[in-house]
Design a protein around this ligand. Structure first.
Ligand code: NIG
Ligand code: FE
Length: 399
């Protein structure tokens, strides 16, 4: 067994392992002049350098701060085509939902993605995942949802599978946009063919639904989530992005892993999340790019909810190719403290994916960590527009 002692760490900064709720999200451990012992990809010991156990191999990190690898719990990193014309129209005043209702927006990404092969999609997705990883993401969720038909959804998830080991991907089947006709038949096929097939092939570990006026109703969402559960898959939702139509309450009732977006959430949805085990995932890149209201991150934490942060990287609502930037925007736009934002991007993001073996620098956790350029970890939430992450380590190995 090769052991490595990482030394010359100005500060080792971490939340406690496991999901953190409410103001406990602020309780970071900060160890000055620290060291960390790793073997077989797992953290064995962390503490002050002066108390480190003796070991054969040392790795000097150069006097900088070390934090856990970030976890991005919400991306749509696989797509073809672009949304540059939508972007120009939107900044001149055409609303996102109106572009979608006219057959553009998500539907235009579906046409382009549906026409692409797995090989083409892998080529398109790889540099996006490289950018997210360079920004500090050591585990990333990636959704389907731009498939025109079930074969195209399958190709998207095969793309995720092809890149899974290289980037630490967690695959989610997203039921995104209903067909313009034959809705009842589509619902039957999703619940009786698509979900069981994806579960059988192991191509997805969770099912997500876009619950919204222009997408799926609460009743349809319930049927889809129940089918997912019946086939052993986890559940999550896109809800309250434009209108709070009841998706959040449903997700909490069904113990979904997470509800994501929440820009239109009010006191009832905040109370439901605070009273449940469902993680509230906020996506501040959407607020920035669409000029939407921000999700009530501050109110969610003050009410006692567990909040996570993700990029929502996608071509239409969040062209944010940095998980660190999402963390930094959560501080500015959703009023998280820097410490809360680190917890939201690490252990709580892991919980939003049903994972508890990562996100903290503590014995027994995966040795996924970041060496920053700075000796002060607060440069991570502070920095905008350049990358404060110097080196990414996955399972104790430098990438
Ligand atoms: O998370 N709102 C629904 N889905 C995505 C956007 C996808 C797109 O615009 O292409 C989201 O915002
Ligand atoms: Fe999304």
């Amino acid at each position: 067994m090769t052991e490595t002692l990482f030394t010359n760490i100005s500060q080792l900064v971490t939340p406690a392992p496991g999901v953190q709720r409410g103001t406990a999200m602020r309780d970071l451990t900060v160890i000055p002049d620290a060291a960390m012992l790793v073997s077989d990809g797992v953290i064995r010991w962390v503490g002050p350098r002066a108390e480190a156990p003796g070991t054969a191999q040392e790795h000097d990190l150069g006097g900088v701060a070390v934090v856990p690898g970030l976890i991005d719990p919400h991306t749509h990193a696989v797509w073809a085509g672009d949304r540059l014309a939508d972007f120009e129209a939107r900044v001149q005043g055409v609303p996102y939902e109106e572009i979608l209702a006219r057959g553009g927006g998500i539907r235009s990404s579906m046409r382009a993605t549906g026409a692409a092969s797995v090989e083409e999609l892998v080529t398109l997705a790889r540099p996006r995942l490289e950018a997210l990883r360079a920004s500090g993401a050591t585990t990333l969720e990636v959704k389907s949802g731009y498939g025109m038909d079930f074969d195209a959804e399958r190709r998207m998830l095969q793309t995720v599978r092809a890149l899974q080991a290289e980037f630490g991907l967690v695959p989610t089947l997203l039921i995104h946009v209903p067909p313009t006709g034959g809705r009842a038949e589509y619902m039957q096929a999703v619940c009786h063919d698509l979900i069981p097939g994806m579960a059988r092939e192991g191509l997805a570990t969770a099912v997500d639904v876009f619950t919204e006026r222009e997408a799926f109703t609460v009743d349809e969402t319930r049927a889809i989530l129940q089918a997912a559960k019946a086939h052993g898959l986890q559940t999550k939702l896109h809800a309250d992005q434009f209108h709070a139509i009841g998706g959040t309450e449903l997700a909490c009732e069904l113990s979904a892993l997470s509800v994501d977006h929440l820009e239109a959430s009010g006191p009832a949805q905040i109370a439901a999340l605070a009273a449940s085990d469902t993680v509230a995932t906020i996506l501040p890149g959407v607020t920035l790019h669409l000029g939407l209201p921000a999700a009530p991150g501050r109110a969610l934490i003050d009410a006692g909810a567990a909040v996570a942060v993700g990029t929502d990287l996608n071509p239409g609502s969040s062209p944010v190719f940095s998980t660190q930037l999402a963390l930094a925007l959560a501080v500015r736009l959703c009023r998280l403290t820097p410490a809360e934002a680190l917890t939201a991007s690490t252990v709580n993001a892991a919980a939003a994916l049903g994972l508890s073996d990562r996100g903290a620098l503590a014995p027994g956790q995966r040795a996924d960590f970041l060496a920053l350029h700075s000796p002060d970890w607060r440069d991570l939430p502070y920095t905008l527009g350049t990358n404060p992450v110097r080196t990414v380590f996955v399972g104790g190995t430098r990438l």
